[in-house]
Ligand binder design. Structure first.
Ligand SMILES: [Cu+2]
Length: 107
């Protein structure tokens, strides 16, 4: 039976769900390599997915100094990885060591 009260209750409930506290959801981020540089590193949380995208015509890598990841990136390719640990990780390109960056991962 659809009483006006039930419909009102459903609308209030829907409002609470939509306006409720933000729930952390894993996000997807692109880090774009172009012109021999790593692009902007976004704010990161554990569980997020990073897609490293190499727009250059040169082979690059995204290699962690602590060896926690080592992504090989042929020209015009992309690869994704899930961020597993909180903390700061410096990374560089094995082929062009002057290319560097830092992931800053929140829990
Ligand atoms: Cu490189």
């Amino acid at each position: 039976m659809r009483s006006p009260f039930r419909i009102l209750a459903a609308l209030v409930f829907a409002g609470l769900v939509v306006g409720g506290p933000a729930i952390a959801v894993a996000a997807n981020h692109d880090i774009i390599i172009a012109h021999m540089q790593f692009g902007t590193v976004p704010p990161l949380h554990v569980g997020d997915v990073i897609t490293w995208r190499n727009d250059d015509i040169f082979r690059h890598s995204a290699t962690a100094r602590d060896k926690s990841f080592d992504i090989d990136l042929p020209p015009k390719s992309q690869k994704s990885m899930t961020v597993k640990q909180a903390g700061k990780v410096d990374f560089y390109c094995r082929f062009h060591p002057m290319m560097t960056g830092t992931l800053d991962v929140q829990p």
